[in-house]
Design a protein. Structure first.
Length: 438
């Protein structure tokens, strides 16, 4: 079988949980409106006899995050939508749910990666490169599986410089203890901030290239069994590594990487593009079956494309829209015929190529899945740094920072807001949102 058993249809991410509905009395007043809220409550009690706990429901909600009428007063519709999306990022960071936040985008990227694997296999077939040739190439640069112990002092790159210096200092102090003769496992169990480090003595599951971030892998692969690294900085903090063992991976398990490398050398771009175009030519589009001036729903069963004996429904197109850029989705909803044609054609062609990949038993290796996921996690980490969102932060503090992030003029925030706008359809899909009617 070519590739690993991963198929795109199995690599789905759960939608982030929808919290229970809040009762009006459970929404705390915004700190800067405490006096106003108290006066209003007094007026209601004296003037109408209502209980003092009766307050207006939130004006804007994102999952369990709520903004009051005063919070959003004067905001335009675009600003309200942006605030909701910033809030969705904050909630995902708070819950450490980065991958779930990006589910629609990641699904499309995984599909693209699987089609790329199909291209690689076809290039090898056209060039008559068989596994014997691939294995000979592999032996010139074999792949390793490493067994590593490590300790980490967590300090992401967005942390204040003082926090970063302190984490590095503690990692260096731990290294010096190991160099002085203390057992690595004992030091890791005492010092490392990784969950479960004490029970495992810092021992990780065996890893291959792509399993860990590049800085970690590069440091580990340079070690000989029994050696300990210097302090290594990654996006997560500061590590010290000890290599326990290394094993050469059998060619059969490394074949996907080798196939990618050799296919890249062969290119065959023109032939691939012609092959794809042949499969696109007989796709019949029926754009008139899409709803006019609105987005289709995932329950819409109307057939919008046909090829051979296959069909694509409007609901299948709808399921792809949250993974696209905001400007594309907006144009699609405005009945832009050129955009609608391109989106539907791309969806139909993607479905056709994915079926081709499955028929040839082409799969995605774990390393490619990990690369896609880590790229998204790095994006969310940059946004978290710009908006100052943190894991486990209180909801009130998250709300305040989301409001600040909506209007602050800092360069990093402007960049983050622009990227959040571009990925709006993906973020809108993560949590239940309720915006004020205009």
């Amino acid at each position: 079988m070519l590739g690993s058993p991963h198929s795109v249809s199995s690599l789905r991410f759960p939608r982030l949980r929808t919290p229970e509905v809040r009762q009006p009395c459970s929404t705390p007043p915004h700190p800067r409106h405490l006096i106003r809220a108290a006066l209003l409550a007094l007026f209601l009690v004296v003037g109408s006899g209502l209980p003092a706990c009766e307050t207006d429901p939130p004006a804007l909600t994102v999952g369990e995050l709520a903004f009051s009428t005063d919070d959003v007063r004067g905001l335009s519709e675009d600003q309200l939508r942006r605030l909701a999306r910033i809030g969705a990022v904050g909630l995902a960071v708070r819950e450490d749910a980065h991958l779930e936040l990006g589910r629609p985008l990641l699904e499309l990227q995984l599909q693209d990666a699987l089609i790329q694997r199909l291209r690689e296999e076809l290039v090898l077939q056209w060039a008559e490169v068989d596994d014997e040739v691939l294995e000979a190439h592999y032996q010139t640069q074999p792949e390793w599986e490493l067994e590593v112990r490590h300790l980490i002092r967590i300090s992401e790159r967005w942390r204040p410089e003082e926090h970063r210096r302190d984490a590095r200092r503690q990692a260096q102090a731990a290294l010096e203890r190991v160099e002085a003769g203390e057992p690595f496992a004992e030091v890791a169990g005492e010092v490392s901030e990784e969950p479960g480090a004490a029970e495992r003595g810092g021992l990780l599951e065996p890893g291959r290239q792509g399993t860990w971030v590049s800085e970690f892998w590069d440091a580990a692969v340079e070690l000989e069994p029994g050696e300990v690294s210097a302090v290594v900085e990654t996006e997560y903090g500061f590590h010290v590594l000890k290599l326990e063992d290394r094993r050469q991976i059998p060619f059969a398990e490394a074949r996907d990487r080798v196939a990618s490398e050799v296919a890249a050398m062969l290119s065959q771009r023109a032939r691939w593009e012609a092959w794809v175009e042949e499969r696109a030519e007989d796709i019949e589009l029926h754009l008139d079956r899409l709803p006019s001036a609105e987005l289709p729903s995932e329950e819409d069963s109307g057939v919008v494309a046909r090829w051979n004996r296959e069909e694509l429904t409007a609901g299948e197109v709808a399921s792809r829209l949250p993974g696209l850029r905001a400007d594309t989705v907006d144009a699609f909803g405005r009945d832009d015929e050129e955009v609608r044609r391109a989106v539907v054609r791309e969806a139909a062609l993607t479905n056709r190529l994915l079926r081709e990949a499955r028929s040839r038993q082409v799969g995605l290796p774990d390393s490619r899945v990990a690369e896609i996921e880590r790229a998204w996690e790095r994006t969310v980490a940059r946004w978290a740094a710009a908006f100052r969102f943190e894991v486990g932060m209180p909801l009130d503090q998250l709300r305040e920072r989301a409001l600040e992030g909506l209007t602050d003029t800092g360069q990093n925030l402007r960049i983050a807001r622009r990227e959040v706008d571009q990925r709006g359809p993906t973020l809108d899909h993560a949590y239940d949102m309720s915006l004020p009617e205009r």
